[in-house]
Design a protein around this ligand. Structure first.
Ligand SMILES: Cc1ncc(COP(=O)(O)O)c(C=O)c1O
Length: 339
């Protein structure tokens, strides 16, 4: 029966808590296209301050925040460099090409990581009509398809130094930057200070039902506001959703450590060194992902296939430590039976 299933497919599956729903119900609202929603403004100001940037813009999705963020630093006929399994390259359905008219070139990093040598050799300066000019480099922290891997802050610092030296911008897909912060203790402001523009999500580990933000300069956010409306993302009394985000920032950041501990339990059961699982995502190499997904479902645990031979299990707000233990036993048995 559905209610007995332990759902580890994604951290986007959480349902708003009673406290979050109460905060949403009590939210003061106004028309946000008129910039008159006080709760949205509060959220935007708070998130901009958290990352040490001038401004932020509430968006319905992380994908939209990424498109707005990237297009603030890369134009038509220009390129961005990113990792080959980056969400912007693999899972935003060509939005950056469709809306912005940019191109991407990719490097392949271990667990989605940065390869600065590759970036150095790929970087193309402006050469008029000969090469697509590189305007920005994108990183993802934590990296979704890299198994929730943290990009070490030292590597971000090295990238910042390189990018500043060649006049390129740095974009951060920080959908799960909160997980990186909790796993490493690196302050969010430090992460923010190393990039020109970023996108962050409230609807992943933080447990809000909807909502992401573009974070950057006042100019990037002003332009993002126009493009958000152009893309159909101008929302009205959306303080109801922003209130969920504010509640999440108050109550759901530090608790991500529980998700990370639960992921370590799953990792161990799946025969993975927990030291290689940085946050809340466990990626397991298996002979055939579809059979593992089906057998786990049969035993009451939902996981997803993110490749023909890779299964992903994600811990989140709606998975307790006891459920993680139970899921760990199920997955250990399923993998044992199929190996
Ligand atoms: C790393 C990363 N960036 C961006 C997104 C996009 O978020 P949304 O699904 O809200 O568009 C996701 C979604 O899972 C993600 O994992």
């Amino acid at each position: 029966m559905t209610e007995q299933l332990i759902d580890l497919r994604s951290d986007t599956l959480t349902k708003p808590t009673a406290g979050m729903r109460a905060a949403m119900a009590a939210a003061e609202v106004g028309d946000d296209v008129y910039s008159e929603d006080p709760t949205v403004r509060q959220l935007e100001e708070r998130v901009a301050a958290i990352f040490g940037h001038e401004a932020a813009l509430f968006t319905p999705t992380g994908s939209m925040a990424n498109v707005l963020a990237v297009r603030s630093v890369v134009g038509v006929g220009e390129e961005i460099l990113c990792e080959s399994s980056a969400h912007i390259a693999r899972a935003e359905l060509g939005a950056h090409a469709a809306y912005t008219g940019l191109t991407m070139r990719t490097w392949t990093g271990d667990r989605g990581g940065l390869d600065l040598d590759a970036v150095r050799s790929m970087f193309a300066p402006d050469m008029g009509p000969f090469f697509v000019p590189t305007r920005a480099i994108s990183i993802e922290n934590t990296h979704n398809f890299g198994g929730g891997s943290v990009l070490p802050v030292e590597e971000m610092q090295a990238l910042r130094a390189f990018a500043s030296g060649v006049g390129a911008a740095v974009h951060l897909d920080g959908a799960r930057i909160w997980n990186a912060h909790v796993a490493t203790g690196v302050p969010l402001e430090v992460y923010g200070g190393l990039v020109d523009v970023l996108a962050v999500c409230l609807s992943k580990g933080l447990g809000a039902p909807v909502g992401s933000l573009l974070v950057g300069s006042a100019a990037a956010v002003a332009e993002g506001r126009v493009w958000r409306k152009r893309m159909g993302g101008g929302m009205r009394q959306v303080g109801i959703l922003a209130a969920a985000g504010l509640h999440a920032l108050d109550h759901h950041v530090e608790r991500l450590a529980e998700d990370h501990a639960n992921a370590a339990v799953l990792a161990e059961a799946c025969g993975i060194d927990p030291a290689g699982v940085d946050t809340n995502i466990v990626a397991v190499d298996v002979p055939e992902a579809a059979s593992v997904v089906a057998a786990a479902r049969e035993a009451g645990v939902l996981v997803s296939a993110v490749g023909p031979r890779t299964v992903r299990a994600v811990t989140h707000l709606d998975v307790s430590a006891a459920q993680a233990q139970q899921a760990a036993s199920v997955l250990a048995k399923v993998l044992d039976d199929l190996r």
